[in-house]
Design a protein around this ligand. Structure first.
Ligand code: NAP
Length: 339
């Protein structure tokens, strides 16, 4: 039986903001399996901000996404055919299946496909709270900020996949968690559902002075740790409230992903406050993944780590959902349901 695979390819590289025209929906037949291969029916595709950087051709920590090929991306799904002794039909797996319905993979290469247990954790969570975004939150918070009980941790993009986990992990460690997010609905969710102590709507504060005054009110003891997801004006406002010896985990700067300039207005505050600022890429710290996933998995399975998903339906919806993610239209982890 020949199967048809619908895929999204990168058709052209964006100049500034990407558009739907940068992507192309392609239909391809699934080839027959050869020894060692596994065919996975992808159930969910993860859409992540890093994909914007890969659409460019410039120098970065990762290779550019090749033109005319399936967009790269994390997926979870089910094995439907296998010529590999380690996998059998019905196994639930996580991998880098890309923006497509089926993934044919040589599973004899170690680590390309991981089996996951869905008895206590929903399959899609392995793309979010119990996957790459969760480990990202864990690494930046635990290994860089390392909050002590009573300290204040601030995180931007606080309602998102990474940000939501950061604040909850900070609370587990006895810290005060303050989010920054776009809009009253997202802020309400961050406080009422995720249990942060406060959340500031940056859209209600149009300049650094106003945002930093709001931070002062929400962080009466100053800021000891900042988990940076956005950059620009938000970083400037946080620096104005940073305590001596505070730590910044530089995770992402989404406000500059389309090439917008995001200068720092007062970098001297790093010196004045003797701050530690450390950038990191989660895939370069595979040694922490087992420990991080153990904590994240336990917290999700016991209902102590909450998360929310924005679900787009069908592979054809992936480009629009991705463009929306870059504009904050998502509310929680952005995924695409493929079956
Ligand atoms: N270093 C690493 O290894 C690593 C790994 C994973 C993710 N990251 C980074 O972590 C950050 C969060 O990723 P995520 O997957 O959790 O995404 P997300 O927060 O679920 O979604 C992105 C959010 O960013 C906010 N945003 C978008 N454009 C913005 C702008 N111009 N100004 C301010 N906020 C904007 C929006 O929230 P609002 O509506 O609240 O503005 C949007 O919902 C990103 O910067 C990403 O690149 C880094």
């Amino acid at each position: 039986m020949s199967r048809i695979n619908h895929q999204i390819h990168l058709a052209s590289r964006p100049q500034g903001e990407p558009t739907a025209e940068n992507f192309k929906l392609v239909e391809a037949a699934v080839p027959a399996l050869t020894e060692g291969q596994v065919l996975v029916r992808n159930h969910y595709l993860s859409l992540d901000p890093y994909m914007r950087g890969r659409m460019n051709d410039g120098k970065s920590y990762a290779q550019p996404q090749p033109l005319g090929e399936v967009m790269l991306g994390g997926t979870v799904g089910e094995v439907v055919e296998s010529l590999n002794a380690n996998f059998k039909p019905g196994d639930k797996v996580v991998g880098m299946g890309g923006w497509q319905e089926y993934q044919l993979v040589d599973a004899s290469q170690r680590g390309v496909l991981q089996k996951v247990d869905t008895s206590h954790i929903p399959l899609s969570a392995y793309l979010g709270a119990v996957g790459m975004p969760g480990v990202t939150a864990w690494y930046g918070l635990v290994k860089i900020i390392n909050p002590k009980p009573g300290e204040t941790v601030v995180v931007s993009a606080a309602s998102g996949a990474v940000g939501g986990a950061v604040g909850q992990l900070a609370k587990v460690r006895g810290a005060r968690a303050v989010g920054i997010a776009g809009g009253a609905d997202k802020c309400r969710y961050v406080v009422e559902e995720l249990g942060f102590d406060a959340c500031i709507d940056y859209k209600a504060h149009q300049d650094v002075k106003s945002l930093s005054a709001a931070l002062k009110a929400a962080c009466p003891n100053g800021i000891d740790g900042y988990f940076e997801n956005v950059g620009g004006m938000i970083l400037d406002a946080v620096l104005l409230r940073a305590n001596a010896f505070s730590r910044v985990a530089m995770c992402g700067m989404i406000s500059g992903y389309n090439g917008e300039p995001i200068p720092m207005s007062a970098p001297q505050l790093i010196l004045v406050n003797r701050m530690k600022i450390e950038g990191f890429i989660v895939s370069e710290h595979m040694e922490v993944w087992p420990e991080a996933l153990k904590e994240l998995g336990t917290l999700v399975a016991t209902g102590k780590l909450k998360y929310r998903e924005s679900v787009a339906e069908g592979i054809a919806s992936a480009p629009e959902a991705f463009l929306g993610l870059l504009k904050g239209k998502n509310f929680g982890k952005q995924i695409v349901k493929l079956i």
